[in-house]
Design a protein around this ligand. Structure first.
Ligand SMILES: Cc1cc2nc3c(=O)[nH]c(=O)nc-3n(C[C@H](O)[C@H](O)[C@H](O)COP(=O)(O)O)c2cc1C
Length: 210
């Protein structure tokens, strides 16, 4: 159906040198993220989140809302498919691909629910309609029609004064134990720098073959 054997791009826009690498990968992540934003990348905060349920992996895109020295925060429905997977197995992977910057960042870590007051604060900062959608959408469950969902949202908007965060919706922080930075280079000789948490809980870094 599709033969893509002859499709190939060469990467040449940037380099990832050993000199000047920060001790903490979150600092390099922030630098790269700002470069991606400045390059005008649409949805630069979109990241692929992979979870595992009963040994079966599953991936989907979510939006990064905060990155700190602790980790990477996103918001979702705790009863969604990803939420159930995380409850069973909190080990997850994140992946950013910033095509125009020819960069990839791979993150592996443990997803932890953030404190409820922080989820409240973010929920309350969202537009009203988004809050209502989060309240009425049973994310990942089968529904009979789109109309039913739209009607539920309209009904909630009209009849319920309650626009507080529901208990089943909130944030996770992915606390990383591995972060890899990949910079596309010519002729497939790409740069890869991997940071891992050592036994004494410090970051150690090294270069990987592409
Ligand atoms: C650009 C983009 C951003 C998204 N952001 C989120 C998000 O921040 N949180 C979320 O729960 N779903 C988000 N989604 C939807 C998810 O990809 C997914 O469809 C949904 O969370 C249900 O996934 P699940 O059934 O595996 O739990 C986003 C999708 C796209 C394409």
């Amino acid at each position: 159906m599709l033969d893509l054997n002859d499709k190939r791009n060469n990467y040449h826009r940037s380099v990832l040198e050993d000199a000047g690498l920060p001790a903490d990968p979150l600092e390099l992540f922030a630098q790269w993220y700002n470069q991606a934003e400045n390059a005008g990348i649409y949805d630069a905060n979109a990241m692929v989140l992979s979870t595992v349920l009963d040994n079966a992996p599953s991936s989907r895109v979510v939006l990064l809302k905060e990155a700190t020295y602790k980790g990477f925060v996103f918001f979702t429905n705790y009863q969604s498919a990803k939420g159930l997977a995380i409850a069973q197995n909190p080990l997850v992977a994140l992946n950013f691909y910033w095509r125009e910057a020819e960069k990839q960042v791979r993150i592996e870590g443990r997803a932890e629910k953030i404190p409820e007051d922080e989820s409240d604060a973010y929920f309350n900062s969202r537009p009203l309609q988004s809050r209502i959608s989060a309240i009425v959408s049973p994310q990942s469950k089968s529904i009979s029609s789109r109309d039913d969902l739209v009607m539920a949202a309209e009904k909630h908007a009209k009849e319920s004064g309650n626009i507080n965060r529901p208990a089943h919706w909130g944030g996770y922080c992915v606390v990383p134990h591995m972060i890899e930075f990949w910079q596309g280079r010519p002729d497939r000789l790409h740069d890869r720098i991997r940071y891992s948490v050592s036994a004494d809980k410090n970051w150690v870094l090294g270069r990987l073959a592409p």
